[in-house]
Design a binder for this molecule. Structure first.
Ligand SMILES: [Zn+2]
Length: 333
């Protein structure tokens, strides 16, 4: 690339007025109207075709003439063809949207990865301090639990078992086993296992805070933001692990089924309690008594054993009157 000095500019200026230079004159008018350097950059890098190099210098000339105050020249004024104008406007709008979306996505993902890193680097005692603060929120005996993240692993990556909690009767003191395959099904088995282990990862059984409502009925509370609002010590324990995003860290820790901070109950692993349906409610009924079955387990597909992980969320139900009657329901987003 040769040097372009001021002495070359009159040559380009003369070339501008030739018939083939009409587009450049059009653009100069557009530039005059908008006075926007963005258009200048955009035109030279995105719209310009094989003549990009040549046009680039004409655009520089335009800028130069603008700077020295000799921009407006009545003799070169022509109406810009509508096609060029439309192309530039459409391309500008589209590229602005794409750039804004890219910035949003990058920011979201950087935040997400930061929270995941904080969670994964937390010590056992730090996570236990968080979970203890949540347990203190309950004013009523618990009826269900979520599986909260820990950073402990079991002996084998294939280990997979979920003990049913003492308060999820009549299935307490059994474990849930998954039979992966084309149709995922759960079953119960007797075992002395005390900790939930999914794909070799150990989870912490965390009782869901339960309160009395104004009508006197006990209700489970699943909202991480409400836990934080009710207990300042919980926020302090979270900030010790992730000072930048303590609230979002809690969503991540209580949603075993998704590496994100945007709380969605369908990504929670729950034992007992009520299901968080992906689609419309689909409670199965017992084949014997025809009564609605109770939830034993809700589990996001990515926590199931096996190589091929199904998408969606899986629900394991049983009949309280006929504990051997169980059914598995799958729902997909
Ligand atoms: Zn029944």
């Amino acid at each position: 690339m040769g040097c372009v000095c001021i002495a070359d500019l009159p040559l380009l200026s003369a070339a501008r007025d030739q018939p083939g230079r009409r587009e450049h004159a059009d653009f100069r008018l557009l530039f005059q109207r908008t006075q926007s350097h963005f258009f200048l950059f955009f035109y030279s890098t995105v719209i310009a075709d094989s003549k990009r190099y040549e046009r680039f210098w004409v655009l520089l000339l335009t800028l130069y003439r603008n700077l020295i105050g000799d921009f407006t020249n009545a003799r070169t004024r022509v109406d810009p063809p509508p096609n060029l104008m439309l192309k530039i406007i459409a391309a500008t709008i589209i590229s602005t949207i794409v750039i804004l979306l890219a910035i949003l996505l990058i920011r979201f993902n950087r935040k997400r990865l930061h929270i995941v890193r904080c969670g994964k680097s937390a010590a056992d005692e730090q996570l236990e301090a968080i979970y203890t603060q949540i347990e203190r929120l309950s004013t009523e005996p618990p009826s269900c639990a979520v599986l909260a993240r820990t950073n402990r692993r079991s002996a084998s990556d294939d280990d997979w078992t979920i003990p049913v909690l003492s308060y999820v009767e009549p299935w307490a003191r059994q474990v849930i086993i998954a039979d992966p395959g084309s149709d995922v099904t759960f079953r119960l088995s007797s075992s002395t296992a005390s900790e939930p282990i999914l794909r070799g990862q150990v989870y912490r059984t965390l009782p869901v805070p339960r309160h009395l409502t104004k009508s006197g009925k006990a209700r489970n509370q699943f909202s991480p933001s409400k836990y934080i609002a009710a207990n300042p010590q919980l926020l302090a324990a979270l900030a010790a692990v992730c000072p930048a995003y303590p609230t979002d860290l809690l969503s991540y820790l209580l949603m075993a089924g998704a590496d994100t901070f945007e709380f969605d109950p369908m990504f929670q692993a729950r034992v007992g309690g009520s299901p968080s349906w992906v689609q419309d409610a689909e409670f199965p009924v017992c084949d014997e008594c025809k009564k609605r079955m109770s939830l034993i387990l809700q589990l996001p597909g990515e926590l199931l054993p096996g190589k091929k992980l199904p998408e969606g969320t899986f629900f394991f139900f049983g009949c309280a009157q006929h504990p051997n009657n169980t059914k598995t329901v799958a729902q997909f987003a």
